[in-house]
Unconditional design. Structure first.
Length: 377
């Protein structure tokens, strides 16, 4: 089936009780049992919930995996993934991951005995050199947030397989519509469903998808044993959002291309970072491993003062954390999404105080460009 057909139908069928076309919100904590050990496969809602199962089955299909396991947030999903490890296992993190992922490792997992190092994920040779005999997991985003660096997923996937390292790709930015890391060599894909999957900025959620039965089983165990499950209403919102994922991603992508081109021409902008621009150093790789370039555009302004002057001047682009909703947002990563990352780490990847990040929404692109023109001029 094509992507949109799967997005609209996979994991979902009319409700067996009433024929409702839309999967109902099974807002219940428990299920009646006919007798001891006799039930319909549902005992307690942390363990099983039909609305959540529909979302999980849907995401497994869209990401070309076999198992989808959903969580109460993107970070809860990533937390479950690192819980696949045991104390002493070494983790490699790409050096400009989502700030919360870094904080989870530095502030929660490292004190529990998971040592980690950060590395630039751009050059597979650098990763190969950083893999130690006790390294068990590599976590990357591609493109990274907000520097829009790409990881050669096929090359790194091969390397990780050779070395016995679990390769985890956070696919929040691209979504399965534009990129399928499992097909390129990743073992595990994670998502903040809060972003493009849901797409309407009205819930928080996360998902893990894998094609490996052993990992899938263990993740299911962790979901129940650690209990960071999403509520049924949030699962339902994500399911509804995903039905229009293809339409939205097409629009995000088209609008972002126009916005990036406009910014590149503007004299107040020192540099525009967008994988769809020919000026992006990894544009060729982007064309090879992605089916589009997405809706995230970063721009470097002259200084921190210039960023502080310009940011409150936007009217359509709301100054806010998060991304991937139909409405356009702008953010200042150094003080907002990436404030948890030490300044030295930020500077190392070029995440300076003059950098602003646009989450280009689905509005009319002429209005978006006019808003940017007015704010920058
Ligand atoms: C937002 C985000 C997360 C964290 O997800 P939450 O749903 O906020 O917990 C992880 N990775 C990326 C790339 C994100 O943008």
């Amino acid at each position: 089936m094509g992507f949109s057909t799967d997005a609209i139908h996979a994991g979902q069928r009319p409700d067996p009780t009433t024929g409702a076309v839309t999967v109902p919100i099974y807002q219940t904590s428990t299920y009646v049992q006919e007798g001891i050990g006799r039930h319909k496969g549902y005992e307690y809602a942390r363990t099983q919930n039909p609305t959540r199962e529909a979302l999980e089955a849907n995401l497994a299909v869209l990401e070309k995996g076999r198992h989808g396991v959903c969580f109460g947030s993107g970070l809860a999903a990533i937390h479950a993934v690192v819980q696949l490890l045991k104390a002493g296992d070494h983790v490699l993190l790409a050096d400009n991951l989502y700030g919360g992922t870094y904080r989870l490792m530095a502030g929660v997992m490292a004190p529990l005995g998971l040592p980690f190092d950060t590395i630039s994920p751009i050059d597979p040779a650098v990763i190969a050199a950083a893999i130690r005999s006790d390294t068990r997991m590599l976590v990357v985003e591609s493109p990274t947030n907000p520097m829009m660096q790409l990881v050669d997923l096929e090359a790194v996937g091969r390397l990780c397989r050779e070395k016995g390292v679990l390769f985890v790709v956070d696919n929040t930015f691209m979504t399965p519509y534009f990129q399928n890391p499992l097909e390129l060599g990743a073992d595990i894909v994670v998502h903040s469903a809060t972003k493009y999957l849901n797409g309407h900025s009205d819930m928080v959620g996360g998902a893990v998808i894998t094609a490996d039965d052993g990992l899938g089983e263990r993740l299911r165990y962790l979901q129940n044993a650690a209990g960071a499950v999403p509520g049924p209403f949030d699962c339902w919102l994500a399911l509804r959002g995903i039905k229009s994922l293809a339409l939205r991603m097409e629009r995000h992508d088209a609008n972002a291309r126009r916005v990036a081109a406009f910014l590149e021409e503007h004299r107040a902008v020192t540099r525009v970072i967008y994988p769809g621009l020919e000026s992006h150093p990894q544009h060729a790789l982007a064309r090879r491993q992605m089916r589009g370039f997405g809706g995230m555009v970063s721009a470097v302004l002259e200084s921190a003062e210039e960023a502080a002057r310009v940011l409150p001047r936007f009217r359509l682009f709301a100054l806010a954390e998060s991304l991937g909703g139909i409405e356009s947002l702008i953010c200042h990563p150094a003080s907002m999404t990436h404030a948890a990352v030490p300044e030295a780490e930020r500077e190392k990847v070029g995440l300076t105080a003059g950098l602003v990040r646009f989450s280009v929404g689905c509005e009319d692109v002429e209005d978006l460009i006019e808003d940017i023109r007015r704010a920058l001029d």
